[in-house]
Design a binder for this molecule. Structure first.
Ligand code: NAD
Length: 248
């Protein structure tokens, strides 16, 4: 526990598990008040119990604009203003190009792209001068990996938004950057793949990584906190945290 982020208000979408939860934990333990969102009441309750009294849960589907309006109203009531917005909610939909369905394509873009875009739009009026927005891209957005065509395209769209939204929000004194994680074992794969497919995918990712391992959620969380709070002369950038897989 420390007071590095004491007095800071944070919103994290998809904060009940994985990278979002680890980031919430880091920030709550350093004194921030954090609103986490997600679709599952049970997962949100478990997360707030784990995080303690400085965490609040808001059930909210990022693909639903009425939900995002309700989230903004709740955040305004509970926190007033926001110092950091971590746009983290996302799904991984792996499928060979030839088998991709319209339904999977639309779901992926509705959550990963539209959801991220309107999360920023709806919460922007609450962002304080000096606030940091962090969009979650992926190492996949600059790679030509099998079975990730739709996911990777959506994450590349977010990379672009980090540039254009940072220009739009500059007059408000708000910075917008992107975090680009490499492989992190959070269970996200198992939520949309069979265990065998997830195991195969993970083994391939570890083998091709220069560090021969996955990253941890804590390693991503520290980079998110840096972008959100400490990178005060950085906007429109993407910070790659991927063991070097897209850099070496
Ligand atoms: P995760 O499944 O633990 O986290 C995703 C979170 O988003 C979950 O809490 C989930 O409930 C939430 N979510 C999904 N759809 C939602 C919706 N419609 N509305 C609200 N919340 C929703 O997985 P994670 O690995 O922690 O993923 C977090 C982010 O990191 C995602 O955007 C993912 O694409 C990105 N990412 C992950 C990896 C990795 O290897 N794990 C790599 C690169 C990027």
């Amino acid at each position: 526990m420390n007071d590095t982020y004491s007095g800071k208000n944070v919103v994290i979408t998809g904060g009940s598990s994985g990278i979002g939860l680890a980031t919430a934990k880091l920030l709550v333990d350093a004194g921030a008040r954090v609103v986490i969102t997600g679709r599952s009441r049970t997962a949100l309750d478990a997360a707030t119990e784990y995080l303690g009294k400085n965490a609040l849960a808001a059930r909210s589907d990022v693909a639903s604009l009425p939900d995002l309006d309700a989230l903004a109203a709740r955040v305004r009531d509970e926190l007033g203003t926001v110092d950091a917005l971590f746009v983290n909610a996302g799904i991984t939909s792996t499928m060979p190009f030839a088998s991709m369905t319209e339904e999977m394509y639309d779901e992926s873009f509705a959550i990963n792209v539209k959801g991220a875009y309107f999360t920023v739009q709806k919460l922007a009026p609450l962002l304080n001068t000096g606030a940091g927005v962090v969009l979650t891209t992926s190492a996949a957005n600059v790679m030509g990996m099998l079975e990730t065509s739709v996911y990777a395209a959506g994450k590349a769209a977010l990379r672009s938004m980090a540039r254009s939204l940072s220009r739009e929000l500059l007059p408000q004194g708000v910075r917008v950057n992107a975090i680009s994680p490499g492989p992190v074992d959070t269970g996200i794969l198992e939520s949309t793949m069979t265990k065998e497919a997830a195991d195969r995918f993970k083994a391939e990712r570890a083998a091709e990584n220069p560090m021969r391992r996955f990253g941890s959620t804590e390693e991503i969380a520290r980079a998110v906190a840096f972008l959100a709070f400490d990178a005060t002369y950085t906007t429109g950038a993407e910070l790659v945290v991927d063991g070097g897989v897209t850099q070496l």
